[in-house]
Design a protein around this ligand. Structure first.
Ligand SMILES: Cc1ncc(COP(=O)(O)O)c(C=O)c1O
Length: 357
């Protein structure tokens, strides 16, 4: 049997998403929250999980988590929530729903790589509109691209990954007004930005908003949320696999939503440490760092290749993300996640030593 005849060319040409091994390393590459729960909270959580009946399928609607979120976010009756195995799955579900005449997808670049990757795997026409050199939005290019491509969906990460900035709300609103299809505002990092575009869901029926528990503090849970008008969510819900959110995940999410102040406090600490790290980074000669509304900072090394810096940090058991080579605007750029104060200090002192060596 000829594998190449059976499998789609888009799949044959793709590379599997590479996750580097991180055992024994200070892990500052994936925007995780560095704080584990206290023993006391872990015990309460384990106790809470005892109510699970794993012989039964999960609640297919995740009703408890849905209700908790609806009331804590004060969502109106027009708005519903779709849950995914991480936001990655929600992106895939939206793309799977696109009609043939609207099989174009638009995002800015650089941005979250999954928008492009999943679009290409599904053989949709992906257009990446380049940001300006300072990573602000090139609104006129976006407008031209919308006009030409007539995208079924536009993804906008807000704050953007890997650049860390939020584009102007007025700029996004102009996009909402001219988009012929959906606009998904991806607020994966909203706890670090402390602002949201949730209220725009009421005004613009074509706008959806996506969030995730991952960056908030529970990357291991895999739970993403898509908020939008009921009429859209009910269509996407047909594509979602019936039991995509397991019982243990639903219970864990319910538990943490009842104890959300734990994650909010951690986020507050991370925001403070982000400022300390930014100040330290900008004080290093030969480094340009960009202010961030998220839990990571993008920076460029001016006098040494980013590959060399990345490798030297790894030699010192520190893992960050090397973005050099991934996109023209990210020449010699690296991205570091804000870790604990101690991890951040180690990273900064190591980086200083490498740069000045
Ligand atoms: C902008 C953005 N959206 C979504 C995700 C993925 O989130 P999840 O872990 O929920 O799949 C990421 C992860 O890096 C991201 O940066």
């Amino acid at each position: 049997m000829n594998l190449k005849k059976i499998i789609k060319p888009a799949v044959l040409q793709a590379n599997a998403y590479h996750i580097p091994k991180a055992e024994g390393l200070i892990k500052l590459d994936a925007m995780e929250n560095p704080y584990a729960w206290s023993e006391e909270i872990k015990n309460q959580w384990a106790e809470y999980l005892k109510q699970a009946n794993l012989n039964r399928y999960p609640d297919a609607d995740a009703s408890n988590v849905r209700q908790q979120l609806k009331s804590s976010l004060n969502l109106s009756d027009n708005i519903d929530i779709l849950f995914g195995n991480g936001s990655d799955e929600l992106i895939q579900i939206i793309l799977l729903a696109l009609n043939k005449e609207f099989n174009s997808v638009l995002a800015v670049e650089p941005s979250f790589v999954m928008y492009r990757l999943l679009s290409e795997l599904l053989e949709l026409n992906f257009s990446g509109v380049l940001l300006n050199g300072d990573f602000s939005l090139n609104l006129s290019s976006v407008k031209v691209s919308i006009e030409q491509q007539q995208p079924g969906v536009i993804f906008i990460a807000w704050p953007n990954n890997p650049t860390g900035n939020c584009f102007g709300e007025d700029e996004l609103e102009q996009i909402f007004n001219i988009a012929p299809g959906l606009v998904v505002v991806d607020e994966a990092y909203h706890v670090f930005a402390q602002k949201t575009m949730m209220s725009y869901l009421e005004k613009y029926p074509n706008v959806l908003l996506m969030r995730t528990f991952s960056k908030l503090g529970l990357a291991g849970l895999r739970l993403g949320m898509l908020f939008g008008r009921k009429e859209w969510i009910s269509q996407f819900n047909k594509i979602r696999l019936p039991y995509n959110i397991g019982t243990l995940n639903q219970l864990s999410a319910s538990f943490i939503l009842d104890n959300i102040e734990i994650l909010e406090q951690q986020a507050m600490q991370i925001r403070k440490d982000r400022q300390t790290m930014f100040t330290a980074l900008t004080a290093i000669n030969g480094i340009q760092a960009w202010p961030s509304n998220a839990n990571f900072i993008l920076f460029r090394v001016e006098d040494k290749p980013a590959d060399e810096i990345h490798a030297a940090l790894l030699d010192n058991k520190i893992l960050i993300k090397n973005l050099h080579g991934s996109q023209a605007l990210l020449k010699n750029c690296l991205r570091v996640t804000v870790g604990t104060a101690e991890e951040n200090e180690k990273f900064i002192s190591c980086l200083k030593a490498i740069i000045s060596s």
